[in-house]
Design a protein around this ligand. Structure first.
Ligand code: SF4
Length: 258
């Protein structure tokens, strides 16, 4: 079922009670697997059941299956060194957003507790990309990464803006969630608040936040910028980096709205 087909089955109230706030955004998120039918309180049981079966599961599961195919046969000891994973009995242990995941040579992923398909896709992409080298220590914007310029406005809309809104609404709660995901608050020369997040072993991310300035002389809206180490595109392509940061905002949003 594609986004439009899902959208047509939604109540169309655009009431804003789901985390996505509009029915179209909800349909998009549902197809991508970023939300659950339970988040719309107006869905009739039969429609919810239909959408539960239709929501991006096939898309995600088939992508996971094809990524697992690509992971099988990789030289794990060689690959682990490049991407900052630890080799344990032939499997790779990878830290991602504050949690450790074990990936077998067959591409099966285990951890303590439930693993959502989003994180499986991310980890398998990370392994398959097989990046090498060390982070440069130089922060750059998304648009400065390889092929980032053409997707920069989507990145701002789908990653930076959702995070900014969360910080505007609940900065303390968002800060707590970031710290649970492994981020450390740091000092920035320009931003009011900054967090350094080791999203993946070789992909540190810097989140900068400027609060709304209410001073009459220098009034200005709040802003959120997400910076990457300049080497990030060696370890994940820009689409996957967007997928990573969009998922991060979704995780925080769901945790704060539970
Ligand atoms: S809660 Fe349901 S009806 Fe309201 S905006 Fe979200 S999807 Fe639409």
């Amino acid at each position: 079922m594609n986004t439009i087909e899902v959208y047509k089955k939604l109540p169309g109230k655009n009431c804003g009670r789901c985390p996505e706030k509009t029915c179209m955004a909800f349909a998009l998120s549902l197809v991508k697997g970023g939300t659950d039918v339970e988040n719309c309180p107006y869905l009739e049981a039969a429609v919810a059941e239909e959408l539960r079966g239709a929501k991006g599961v096939d898309w995600r599961e088939s992508l996971i299956a094809s990524l697992k195919e690509g992971v099988r046969g990789l030289d794990f000891p060689l690959c682990a060194g490049g991407i900052g994973a630890e080799l344990i009995d032939g499997s790779m242990k990878i830290s991602c957003l504050g949690m450790d995941f074990l990936v077998s040579p067959e591409g099966d992923i285990t951890t303590r507790g439930y693993i959502n398909p989003w994180i499986k896709i991310l980890l398998l992409h990370y392994i398959r990309t097989g990046g090498r080298g060390e982070p440069s220590g130089r922060w750059v914007s998304f648009s400065e990464l390889k092929a980032g310029l053409v997707k920069a406005s989507s990145f701002h809309r789908d990653c930076e803006e959702p995070l900014r809104k969360l910080l505007d609404i609940d900065m303390a709660g968002t800060g707590v969630m970031l710290s649970r995901l492994g981020a450390e608050e740091t000092v920035s020369e320009s931003a009011d608040h900054a967090w350094r997040l080791p999203a993946l072993p070789k992909i540190p991310v810097l989140i900068l936040y400027w609060q709304e300035d209410k001073d009459l002389d220098v009034m200005g809206p709040s802003t959120c910028r997400i910076l990457f180490d300049s080497s990030a595109d060696r370890f994940l392509d820009v689409e996957s980096l967007m997928f990573l940061l969009e998922g991060l905002a979704n995780i925080i949003n769901h945790a704060l709205n539970r």
